[in-house]
Write a protein that binds this ligand. Structure first.
Ligand code: NAP
Length: 494
């Protein structure tokens, strides 16, 4: 699979922490042929040797010392290039053509934009106008989030990149779609006779998706101030997980079939707007508090954050999918920073059995739950009721668990590794199609428009908690509650 990978932003954080180690893992596993090369592009001046040294350092920081590292980094070249400066694309093209010739890369090119989003459109336009996309092989554009700031800006960006690349050539990264257990949702649903017949509004009472972080905004205050949890997490990662949970079985596992089923979910999202927003969505911003015994500041005291900031660091919502399968089933989603724990989990709560023979006044039977652990644990747990050993007929919850960590972890590729490999193979299934982006922005814009015009009563949750009280009330009024994340951890089989 010969290819030239051009990484724009090769001196940045993403390239160092994720892309170089992921490329090394592909190399180590024999998934990169000898016919590959990387051109790193950044603004600062570096020699090839200096660049190769920084690649070595990122690989050893992530994966430890590697014997064949020299062999790997020999394929790396650096070009200092200001992407805003039109004149420097000619030199980049010359270097790319020489390397193509040297490694016999058949003109296959991947352009990976690991840079601030305002550069995405201009780079794509230059790649075309300066001839870098005039190749006899394939050309693919990999683009990081955020894809726009709202529907209008996303449309504008899409228009720009579509002048140089067709939709099939655009790989919009949603790194959640690289996660092992997110990819597993489809298999759990469609490869098991016991789940699919129950996967509808007759048997499922609600679905909860939580993605919590204990970290605060760290150094990203400037970016986060113009984004917030709704745009940073919900528009992309959270809604992508909802789509995978809710989609109809595709007629085959091709990219087009899977994407079209996901798009149908996005089309069925109930539009929440105006006055209704407060009944369906809750926003929060963290106050000071304690995490792992350490005092942490409030969001408004973080670097590059406005003292009066109206930006949400937490969002919880009730998403309704108005189609035949899901009518009446709420999908509750929540995500935030500085929460009690770092965890991404999905809980599928089944309806209560029609008549409870084992009811004891002080002890209700728990509903059956299927828990999908996305991170940091990876696995699935099924909560059943069974007889208490030795007792009479008292029922207790037992958990049947599968933990990926125990069996496959050593070989589990990191998300970016899988996504890079998919891109090289031309498999766009786990990247977001423009239609998904457009529908999800249309959904989110209605909420952000309301929030932008109303000053929030922030801060409204202490760091180290699971968000504001209003997020609990959102479920309480429907007769549900958030399943406590700590009680759901993968246990060994009981
Ligand atoms: P970063 O650390 O700020 O790196 C920015 C890169 O862009 C640097 O290599 C910088 O080169 C280069 N650059 C800036 N202006 C340039 C110009 N005019 N011409 C050429 N190069 C220029 O950013 P990052 O954290 O890696 O993030 C990159 C992208 O990935 C963003 O879209 C971000 O939202 C997305 N992302 C990042 C992460 C993450 O974990 N970091 C996760 C998900 C998504 P110099 O340093 O030489 O100026």
């Amino acid at each position: 699979m010969a290819s030239l990978i051009m990484i724009f932003g090769a001196t940045g954080d993403l390239a160092k922490r994720k892309l170089f180690p992921s490329l090394y893992r592909l190399f180590e596993r024999g998934k990169l042929s000898e016919r590959f090369a990387v051109i790193g592009v950044g603004r600062r001046t570096l020699s090839n040797d200096e660049f190769q040294k920084s690649v070595k350092e990122s690989v050893s920081a992530a994966l430890g010392e590697k014997q064949d590292i020299e062999q790997f980094v020999n394929h790396f070249y650096y070009q200092s290039h200001d992407v805003a400066d039109s004149s420097s694309y000619a030199a980049l093209r010359k270097l790319a053509d020489e390397i193509d010739e040297h490694y016999q890369l058949d003109g296959n090119r991947i352009f990976y934009l690991a840079m601030a989003p305002e550069f995405f459109g201009p780079i794509a336009l230059h790649l075309k106008s300066d001839g870098l996309t005039d190749v006899k092989g394939y050309k693919r554009l990999v683009i990081e989030k955020p894809f726009g700031h709202d529907l209008e800006s996303a449309k504008e960006l899409n228009k720009q990149i579509r002048t140089a690349f067709s939709e099939e050539e655009i790989y919009r990264i949603d790194h959640y779609l690289g996660k092992e257990m997110v990819r597993n949702i489809e298999v759990i649903r469609f490869a098991n006779a016991i789940f699919e017949p129950l996967w509808n509004n007759r048997y499922i009472s609600n679905i909860q998706v939580t993605s919590s972080e204990s970290l605060g905004v760290e150094e990203r205050g400037r970016y986060y101030e113009s984004s917030g949890a709704l745009r940073d997490m919900l528009q992309n990662h959270m809604l992508q997980m909802v789509a995978l949970l809710a989609m109809e079985p595709p007629i085959s596992l091709t990219t087009d079939e899977i994407r079209s089923e996901k798009v149908r979910v996005f089309r069925s999202l109930r539009t929440i707007k105006g006055e209704e927003v407060k009944n369906y969505f809750v926003r929060g911003q963290y106050d000071a508090g304690t995490i792992n015994g350490n005092q942490v500041p409030k969001y408004r005291d973080e670097p590059m954050v406005d003292q009066e900031s109206n930006t949400e660091t937490f969002v919880a919502g009730k998403v309704m999918i108005d189609n035949f399968r899901w009518a009446g089933v709420p999908f509750y989603i929540r995500t935030g920073k500085r929460m009690e724990t770092k965890s991404t989990k999905i809980v599928i709560q089944f309806k209560d059995i029609p008549m409870n023979l084992y009811y004891q006044p002080e002890k209700m039977l728990n509903p059956n739950l299927l828990v999908i652990h996305i991170q940091p644990e990876e696995g699935i747990t099924l909560h059943l009721n069974a007889k208490h050993a030795g007792g009479h007929l008292d029922a207790q919850t037992v958990k049947l668990s599968f933990s990926n960590t125990g069996t496959n972890a050593m070989n589990t590729p990191e998300g970016y590794e899988k996504l890079l490999y998919d891109c090289m193979r031309g498999d766009a299934t786990n990247f977001t199609h423009w239609d998904e982006v457009a529908y999800s922005w249309a959904f989110v814009d209605k909420i952000s428009n309301v929030w932008a015009n109303e000053k929030a009563d922030f801060p409204n949750y202490a760091s180290g908690t699971m968000g504001p009280e209003a997020a609990d009330k959102l479920l309480e009024k429907d007769g549900f509650f958030w399943w406590p994340v700590a009680d759901l951890d993968v246990d060994t089989c009981k």
